[in-house]
Design a protein around this ligand. Structure first.
Ligand SMILES: Nc1ncnc2c1ncn2[C@@H]1O[C@H](COP(=O)(O)OP(=O)(O)OP(=O)(O)O)[C@@H](O)[C@H]1O
Ligand SMILES: [Mg+2]
Length: 458
């Protein structure tokens, strides 16, 4: 009973049955009434034609002829004189016919004939009366009778036909409706099974081709959802395995250096050296966890971007100054190029991370004595911030993946440069949380350009 095909089917069936019943009732009544009026009309006309003959030849021979004709027919006749007395009847005569004529004596009759008894259901006969008139003078009446048994039988046959046809059409309706509702609900049932599979964690759902109606659209949405969940699941697994690998390496170092540092044979200097390495490693590990935690927060959208109006020149200059020492160490010149007085809505704390990460990359992946530039360009309703370096560049095959979490071009270089491949993912998340876009261009051996494009809030 809980199946949608049954519910739909029953609903359709109820509608169809009501409509069918109404139509059949209308048709049956129409047919039955027509047939009965035809019978009555026929009887009246037959009476009229006898009357016409009798008007022309009002003699005993014609009377007998009429009575004889009706004795052979299904109909009966009673001829009364102008006083209403019966002068001739056909034989055999229907029971009660004479008594009826006695009763009708004296009633005024239209010349075209009257229906004296039309009740075919409960009376044994139907009857008509046609007055005989010669020179406007009444000469008597022709009464015609017909047994209602034939009519009742005819109507019973008609009813029987209707019952048979009705039953057949109901059976066909039931079959068609249930087949149709099954057909309509098949996609729904498939979707139900698909979502059940999804809820059990099985994302390998295939819903097949979809029609363009609402059901088809729903199917497409479920398929998209399944694909997305499948992708997320895969991404999560890959991410987890990268993370465990990423954590494994520093921990192995920590353990190794701790073992070495513990040796009694170590000199003070050696021990300090190992302890320093352990400290550095621990710091890197803590930085990694911090970055991961930030990414997790960004992913879940659990923190809000709190924008304020910021004057970009002062803001960026302040961040850039923190890099002075590092720049000097590598003898890299930074060309800072920002018009003063541009005010823009950003979250200063989060956006600082973006600038730091990008400058850090530019610095880390550039050789000594090269140049880095940071330029800001104000456009109508937007602002572009461009970081450019003359560093080692990124191979075009790696370029599409540098924003992925934990992605590094040269995995082995990470120990030297200290990166975990999270910097650019964080940049992307924060810029997108600001409603902006970040793009990267790079030529191997020539340098890299990262462009951030922010839209002004409306
Ligand atoms: N300016 C750049 N020049 C050359 N390669 C770059 C540059 N910026 C990023 N890359 C490459 O892209 C990779 C990903 O960069 P990302 O900033 O995400 O990670 P990372 O710098 O390795 O580590 P982290 O930023 O987490 O300390 C880097 O490992 C590096 O190979
Ligand atoms: Mg980086």
């Amino acid at each position: 009973m809980n199946k949608i095909s049954i519910k739909l089917g029953l609903l359709f069936l109820a509608f169809i049955l009501v409509i069918e019943a109404g139509l059949f009732f209308y048709l049956y009544n129409g047919l039955a009434n027509t047939r009965i009026s035809e019978e009555l009309e026929g009887l009246r006309l037959r009476g009229n034609s006898h009357r016409d003959v009798l008007e022309k030849h009002h003699d005993p021979a014609t009377l007998s002829h009429v009575a004889l004709m009706e004795s052979e027919a299904e109909t009966d006749v009673i001829i009364a004189n102008e006083k209403g007395e019966i002068i001739r009847t056909s034989a055999p005569l229907l029971k009660g016919a004479k008594e009826a004529v006695e009763q009708w004596k004296g009633s005024s009759l239209a010349y075209q004939g009257e229906i004296m008894q039309g009740d075919w259901k409960s009376q044994p006969y139907i009857a008509t009366a046609s007055p005989i008139k010669v020179n406007k003078q009444s000469y008597g009446t022709v009464y015609m009778f017909k047994d209602t048994k034939d009519i009742q039988e005819m109507i019973a046959r008609l009813q029987h036909h209707f019952y048979v046809v009705g039953a057949i059409s109901v059976v066909f309706s039931i079959i068609t409706i249930f087949a149709l509702s099954k057909f309509i609900t098949i996609p729904l049932i498939r979707m139900k099974q698909a979502t059940q599979k999804l809820s059990q964690g099985d994302f390998s759902v295939r819903l097949g081709a979809h029609s363009r109606d609402e059901l088809g659209q729903l199917g497409t949405s479920i398929q998209t959802l399944a694909n997305e969940l499948q992708r997320l699941k895969q991404e999560r697994n890959e991410f987890l395995s990268s993370i465990s690998h990423e954590l494994q390496t520093p921990l192995t170092y920590l353990k190794g250096y701790a073992d070495v540092a513990k040796r009694q044979s170590n000199s003070e200097d050696e021990r300090n050296k190992y302890l320093n390495i352990i400290q550095e490693e621990a710091q890197r590990l803590s930085q990694l966890l911090k970055d991961l935690f930030q990414l997790a927060q960004l992913d879940q959208h659990t923190f809000l971007i709190q924008k304020q109006k910021i004057e970009l020149y002062t803001y960026l200059k302040n961040i850039v100054e923190h890099f002075d020492l590092a720049l000097k160490e590598k003898d890299i010149r930074l060309d800072f190029n920002c018009p003063k007085g541009i005010e823009f809505n950003i979250d200063p704390e989060r956006f600082q991370q973006v600038v730091v990460n990008l400058l850090d990359n530019a610095l880390k992946y550039s050789d000594d004595e090269t140049e880095i530039s940071l330029s800001v360009e104000k456009l109508p309703k937007r602002v572009n911030i461009v970081f450019k370096d003359q560093g080692i560049g990124i191979p075009s095959t790696d370029l599409p993946y540098v924003f992925d979490k934990l992605y590094r071009v040269e995995k082995s270089r990470s120990r030297k440069s200290g990166g975990h491949g999270l910097g650019l993912s964080i940049v992307k998340e924060i810029v997108e949380a600001h409603g902006g876009k970040v793009t990267i261009e790079s030529k191997l051996g020539q340098g890299t350009t990262v462009k951030i494009s922010l839209r002004e809030d409306v």
